[in-house]
Design a protein around this ligand. Sequence first.
Ligand code: ZN
Length: 417
Amino acid sequence: MSAHRLVIADATLRGRPGRWRIGVDDGRIAAVTQEAVAGREEVDAAGGLVTESFVNGHLHLDKVHTLDRSGDAALTAYTGAGMGSALRAIELASAVKADYDRSWIEPNARRAVLDAVRFGVRHVLAFADVDTKARLEGVIPLLALREEFRGVVDLQVVAFPQDGLLCDPGAEDLVREAVDLGADVVGGIPWIEDSDAAAREHVRRMCALASAHDRRVAMLVDDAGDASLRTTEMLAEAMLEHGLVGRGVANHARAVGLYARPSLERLARLAGRAGLGFVSDPHTGPVHLPVLELTAMGLPVALDQDDIEDAFYPFGRHNMAEIAFLAAHALEAVDSAGIDLVYDAVTTTAATVLGVARHRLEVGGNADLVVHREATLRSVLAHHDAPAYVVASGQVVATSTSSTKLRLPGGEPDVRE
Ligand SMILES: [Zn+2]
């Protein structure tokens, strides 16, 4: 038997007893077996859990590490008063764009992409503000990073009119320009327009643009503590009208968490018909999507990092195991089923939401894998360490270690890993 290009040996897998070897050839998983297959390169998982790599369903990548520039007035407004001041927060946060410049945005974004490599994040839905303040200063460096990191961290770059479309005249032309430059996804934020009619028009224009250029859509919808907001529904309707079934993502959609059950069920049916995927981030706001309920209704719901040290969230390391850990608490999903759900939401379910094919640890799946030091999902989340090995497109792209030397009085030195 000829050797595989790479073999991951002594792996623990989810839901399968025993130890396994994973053979990789040509960027794909060629074998998942308990037989002694050989590899020209071998990684010893040492009994650690091996899973699909992580997928980040939403990140404001042009704004990472800007909190020190913006101050935390927006943060206070966004998270306070049951998210009743979210609109004011967006106005305050736009101050960071007064001197928006690709020369300082690029190194910040690069740092977050390198953190993605370290933590095994393979795909990112990466939003760039494209509006009359940001112009194209955010989207241009993200497009360059997309090319540089392709195959290691794939960025789906979203041209995102953060300050609205009808209420920010000129933004629409810039979004069109960003799409012409190669942005993968057309963005939107309809809920901040001045009326439901304007919000509907915002959604219509962005879906028409996506349809005309064969792009996907991803919008920030209903992102405030206001149960009357209905732009998630508008997005699903527009996807059906513009031939975008299965090609749209609803981000945030926090107001959906305040809907009465009949409204939630109605939206779920419509979203199912439109193939609308959801992405939630309970760690960045006190109101959030009903993740467990929508998942139970059969809809794909992913979790995301959302922000890294910006005007809306002060923490974040691009560590999706940390996001799953935080979500397990916020969603009160700490039993085995809950832990499985939040882990799927940062791996396989998130891949489904982003339209990433073959993101499965099975023969024929992409060889995009993380090798954890811990053997169970529960301890992976408890520790949320960087994986021991990160494999992307069949290549080992990161290795990490962690150890502490104890020097207790009167005792022998002891190394804890
Ligand atoms: Zn966001």
